[in-house]
Design a protein around this ligand. Structure first.
Ligand SMILES: [Cu+2]
Length: 133
């Protein structure tokens, strides 16, 4: 009985070793964020629609979970000027909408971190967009 338990434990450990050393299904760098649409959404608010695609074949990736978002005016030399980001409901076709509090007109950077199904690494990317105000 004890012998059998130990054998099972060894087998389990071997399996864990194999899965840990096997290459990941895809690296997080295999994905890209693309700006699809930028729309003014009231005073000092901008709706930014971003598509997440698999870089190799440009296939849209649905069901990503965004857990970290950040916006700032880094592209205008104001990296310390932040804008609150609200994650909207996911859209079809691998599109995702974010509402950014854009206190100033100009170019903003939107940095996104997401979990993608079947992907162990966090997918990260930054896009820029122009806010009217
Ligand atoms: Cu600014």
């Amino acid at each position: 009985m004890l012998f059998k338990l130990m054998r099972n434990a060894t087998f389990g450990a071997a399996l864990a070793f194999v899965s840990a050393t096997a290459p990941a299904f895809a690296a997080a760098t295999d994905y890209k964020f693309q700006v699809v649409a930028v729309q003014a959404a009231g005073p000092q608010k901008t709706d930014v629609t971003v598509r997440l695609v698999h870089a190799a074949d440009s296939k849209p990736v649905a069901d990503a979970i965004f857990f970290e978002t950040h916006a700032d005016m880094g592209p205008e030399g104001m990296p310390t000027m932040p804008g609150d980001v609200t994650v909207g409901a996911p859209q079809s076709g691998g599109n995702y909408r974010f509402q950014v509090a854009t206190a100033m007109a100009g170019t903003w950077a939107l940095t996104l971190s997401a979990k993608v199904q079947g992907e162990t690494q966090t997918v990260k990317g930054t896009v820029t967009f122009k806010a009217v105000k």
